[in-house]
Write a protein that binds this ligand. Structure first.
Ligand code: FE
Length: 132
């Protein structure tokens, strides 16, 4: 299992930008079609913007048309935590980074084969490491 990072919310506020903090630590959602990665087709690895754990490969990224970067699966299941989320009068499954507990987005069951899952992430929760 990856190492767990625990920081106080005061520390996260110092480390993250205000917009990052609102999504990563307060479970906000960036507006669709505004993030920097939804349209990206570059090859590489997407990291947690808060703790830099490697989360998703560009190989599992696809164009969902939703305006958020979408993936069929994480690099491995232990990189993420799935949690039931009943906020906003919806029944959804929230996705958190397993290392630092930051909010990444949600997973839905309308994704393409082979997993049938759509990991709908916030661009602002991710960093990108380009394949060299
Ligand atoms: Fe993290």
């Amino acid at each position: 299992m990856p190492e767990t990072i625990k920081r106080s919310e005061e520390d996260w506020k110092k480390i993250l930008s205000r917009d990052q903090y609102l999504v990563l630590r307060q479970k906000g959602t960036e507006p669709a079609f505004t993030g920097k990665y939804y349209n990206s087709k570059e090859k590489g690895i997407y990291l947690c913007a808060a703790c830099k754990q490697e989360l998703f490969s560009s190989e599992s990224k696809y164009d969902s048309g939703t305006g958020w970067p979408s993936f069929t699966k994480p690099i491995s299941e232990d990189r993420i935590v799935r949690r039931e989320d009943n906020s906003h009068f919806m029944k959804r499954t929230e996705i958190l980074c397993s290392r630092c507990g930051s909010h990444l987005g949600h997973v839905f069951d309308d994704g393409p084969a082979p997993t049938g899952e759509r990991f709908c992430m916030n661009s602002i929760s991710l960093d990108f490491k380009k394949e060299e």
